[in-house]
Every structure is written in structure tokens, then in C-alpha cells.
Design a binder for this molecule. Structure first.
Ligand code: AMP
Ligand code: MG
Length: 460
């Protein structure tokens, strides 16, 4: 970590590259995840509602319908085999594959709907009508689809009685053992770990937890993320700006981004470009788990954030990155509140990012660097940022020396994602950013990307 010293904002070669800064932040985030105290409330049977117990201090217990976007604090385990019985995946006839594949007529000797239990097992030379989701009767080893058979009435010599309903698999089609049946426990065995602690809970995870009978989930608490916008020109969104003022749009944007990254935003009043205002705001903000400051980190006369952070005791991991937009980004830690750790009082640290004030710069640096740290504080394993590949639809010319993240629009409707730049007037252009859905990544040694080439995009 560098000492608390003001840097020259203009000396790009001394600054870390994007890759170096990202690696530093990733290592920092990984350390945070390892330091996070483990769950204390997990009952002997994991998240099952039957294993409830009061949630420990580092665990929150939330109903399943409120769990979207939260992070599991303990593994989710299967409470039973999944599926709990051999399940038909088709409407049709449960059969023995070898018999059906001989194309001889087979008597229909039973019927089972989803929710029913077969009344017996499948005799030889017969089939059993079955619906999707129903248990397959013992003796059957495949299910022929309704669409693949002909149905008729037939006399069976063995029975000697009246004609019976029968089916025949239509030639030349044959069927293999196991076809259209999911064997009991094929998806998961009872007790098997289905999700690890640290998994982000989306709709699929909610469905899985629901299938295991978890009406409540133990999740990590959200980190509290203070958002402090600085600038004499800023007014609140509800205010009418004076001739040389602008609305504080970035606090609202960052609050939304913090929520999406798994944090709990705490928007502070705008700080003015004075040492006094900044010192007071930092004292207040230090109780957060993470602090985002916007503006005031460039090299201008009224860019006073870095000295204020130094006065607050901050130490910096880096104070600038070779990227555009976002070059003046500051990443460090400042002393925070004291917490009770057993019998001792432990001083904690508040991780802080000084994001450049232009909204596109704030957004890009948040996505690249702050979001992964927030996700780590939230206990998440997959922390991002997330990149994808796309085909560039036009030539792009830039200068070398900085990794660029340029607002771009990517269409995902074709066979391959196709990306084009969104025209923009620089990093204050909110309208351009709102028309974009990703950022085109231009490596720092490239002065040109050619149309048709495969390029990286940064996804929100
Ligand atoms: P700064 O980084 O403080 O030099 O600010 C760079 C540019 O971003 C200036 O044009 C500011 O007016 C603008 N800006 C700074 N903070 C915000 C904010 N919270 N919302 C919108 N624009 C901002
Ligand atoms: Mg400013």
C-alpha cells in the first residue's frame, strides 16, 4: 500500500495498468471473503425450516420470496432424493425398451397421472399409460411417447378374453433403456450439497431451495455502502439548478448500482468542495462498510478529496489507473468504527473508492473495481466484473496508453453478439450512457480495432 502522499495526476506510466489494478482489487476482495465470519446459526440440517434456530449475528434469515439478490450464508442441501421417484418426462406409455422396440402390440394394463402412485408393477408384454411427472411403475425401463405409438384394440392369445386396448411403437423407431425417465436421485441425492455458501440467489436458486422445502433462507447481511457526492455545483435532484449548477444524478445512479451489487446504499448529503465539509462527511461516512466518494479526485485546485482522506487516516492501494474514463480513481482504506471482538475492542477499516465525478467515469470505475469489493463484502463467490466477447461492427480508432471502456450498444439477437460504439460527448454524457448497454474494451496497446474482429465488452 502506498503511503499517504499526494501524487502527480498526470504521470500515467507510474500508474498501474487496468490489469494490475484489477488484480489488486480481486486479491483484496478475495481476502475480504476469507475474513468474513462463518455462519453461526446453521442448524444440524442446514437451511431446512425444521432446523430453525435464531440467526447468529452474521446471518439474516429471510423468507424465500425476499431472497432474490441475497447471498447464501450456508450450503443448501437436498432434503430428499431429486426426483424422489423415477419420473416420466413424457406423456406416453411406460414399457420395457426391448419389448417396445420389437414393434409387437403391447396391452395397456394400467394408467398413472402426475400425483398418483402406480397401483402395481408392469407385467411382461404390457405397457402402462403414464403422464408427464408421474412415477414410472416398477418393471418399466423406458417411456414411449404418445406421438410415437399407434393405439388399437387387439386380442392377446395369453389372455384369451375380449380385445384389449393396445399400443405398438411405430417402426422404424426403437427406444433405449432409460429414455424419457429421470431415475430417482439422478438430479441430487438426499443430503447432497446443491449450492455453496456464497452463492448469489436468483430465481433458479429460489426454485431449488423451494424444492427442498426451504421457506426461509439464511443469508449474509448486506454491506452498508455510503455514497458521498462532492461538488459545489451539485444540487439535489428535486431542486432547480441555478445557471451554473447541475443535479446530483450520480448518487441516485450509484445507489442503484450498489443495490444490484448486493449492498445497502446509504446516500449522504452532498459535500462541498471545502476541507471542513469533506472532513465532516468523512467522519460520518467512516461507519459504513464501504465508502464511495464521487468527484474531487482529479488534479484541479478544488479536488480536495484525496487530502481529506489522508487527514482521515486513509492509506491508498492506488491513486490512479491507466484507464479511460476513470483515470483518477482512488482506492484505499480509512480507519473506521471500533467493534467488540470477544473481550477486545477491534478497530475496523472502511474501504473507500474515490470515483471521478463525471457520471460515465463513476459508472465504469464502479463496475470495474467497486462492485467486486461490494460483492465480496456481501459474501458472494462470483464477484465480477463480467466480460463477454462480441463482433465489432465498425472500425474503432483510439490512442494507445490507456485501456478504454467506451459506451457501446450490443445486440444479442443474432447468432453472434454484435457491438457498435454509441456516439458520445465524453464522460459527462449521461444520455449516451443511457443508450448504451455495455462498454467496449479497447486494450491499452491498441490504436485501432477493426470491423469484424472479436472484441471484449464489459457487461453491466
Ligand atoms: P470532478 O471529478 O469533481 O472534477 O467532476 C467532474 C465532472 O463531473 C464535473 O463536470 C462535475 O460537475 C460532474 N459531477 C461531479 N459529481 C457529479 C454528480 N454527483 N452528479 C453528476 N455530475 C457530477
Ligand atoms: Mg468537483
Amino acid at each position: 500500500m502506498s503511503s499517504a502522499r499526494r501524487r502527480s495526476k498526470s504521470s500515467s506510466p507510474e500508474l498501474p495498468s487496468y490489469e494490475e489494478a484489477a488484480a489488486l482489487v480481486a486479491a483484496y476482495a478475495a481476502r475480504l471473503t476469507r475474513l468474513r465470519p462463518g455462519p453461526r446459526s446453521a442448524g444440524p440440517r442446514g437451511s431446512s425450516p425444521r432446523s430453525s434456530g435464531p440467526a447468529g449475528p452474521c446471518i439474516e434469515r429471510v423468507p424465500l420470496d425476499r431472497a432474490l439478490g441475497r447471498v447464501l450464508a450456508e450450503p443448501l442441501r437436498a432434503d430428499a432424493d431429486q426426483p424422489p421417484f423415477p419420473r416420466s418426462t413424457r406423456d406416453g406409455f411406460a414399457c420395457r425398451a426391448a419389448e417396445a422396440s420389437s414393434h409387437r402390440p403391447l396391452a395397456v394394463v394400467g394408467s398413472t397421472r402426475a400425483g398418483q402412485t402406480p397401483s402395481g408393477s408392469l407385467p411382461r408384454g404390457a405397457v402402462w399409460e403414464i403422464m408427464t411427472g408421474a412415477p414410472v411403475p416398477a418393471g418399466a425401463d423406458a417411456v414411449v411417447m404418445l406421438e410415437h405409438v399407434e393405439e388399437f384394440d387387439a386380442h392377446f392369445e395369453e389372455s384369451g378374453g375380449p380385445s384389449a386396448h393396445a399400443v405398438r411403437l411405430l417402426p422404424p423407431r426403437t427406444i433405449r433403456k432409460g429414455e424419457n425417465i429421470v431415475a430417482r436421485g439422478a438430479q441430487a441425492r438426499k443430503g447432497e450439497k446443491l449450492l455453496s455458501a456464497g452463492s448469489l440467489i436468483g430465481s433458479a436458486q429460489i426454485a431449488l431451495a423451494g424444492s427442498c422445502g426451504c421457506a426461509m433462507l439464511n443469508v449474509f447481511p448486506k454491506p452498508r455502502v455510503a455514497i458521498l457526492s462532492t461538488g459545489d455545483e451539485l444540487v439535489a435532484i428535486r431542486s432547480s439548478p441555478g445557471a451554473s449548477q447541475i443535479r446530483n444524478s450520480s448518487s441516485a445512479m450509484l445507489a442503484a448500482m450498489v443495490r444490484a451489487a448486493g449492498g445497502d446504499p446509504w446516500v449522504l448529503p452532498i459535500a462541498r468542495d471545502t476541507a471542513k465539509s469533506l472532513d465532516a462527511a468523512l467522519t460520518r461516512a467512516a461507519s459504513a462498510d464501504l465508502l464511495l466518494i464521487t468527484g474531487g479526485v482529479s488534479a484541479g485546485k478544488f479536488d480536495l478529496v484525496e487530502p481529506a482522506l489522508i487527514r482521515a487516516g486513509a492509506r491508498f492501494h492506488f491513486t490512479g489507473v491507466r484507464i479511460q474514463p476513470g483515470k483518477p480513481l482512488v482506492f484505499g482504506e480509512m480507519p473506521s468504527r471500533s467493534i467488540n471482538a470477544g473481550s477486545k475492542l477491534r478497530r475496523t477499516k472502511c474501504c473507500c473508492f474515490g470515483l471521478p465525478g463525471n457520471p460515465v467515469s463513476s459508472a465504469v470505475t464502479f463496475m470495474l473495481f467497486a462492485a467486486p469489493v461490494i460483492a465480496a463484502l456481501a459474501g458472494q463467490q462470483d464477484r465480477g466484473p463480467h466480460f463477454a466477447l462480441a463482433r465489432l461492427s465498425e472500425d474503432v480508432k483510439t490512442k494507445t496508453g490507456l485501456t478504454r471502456f467506451l459506451p457501446a450498444a450490443c445486440t444479442f439477437s443474432g447468432a453472434v453478439p454484435e457491438v457498435a460504439l454509441v456516439p458520445w460527448q465524453g464522460s459527462g454524457d449521461l444520455a449516451a450512457m443511457a443508450r448504451a448497454n455495455c462498454f467496449l474494451v479497447v486494450p491499452e496497446d491498441s490504436d485501432r480495432l477493426r470491423a469484424g474482429s472479436t472484441v471484449r465488452i464489459l457487461l453491466p
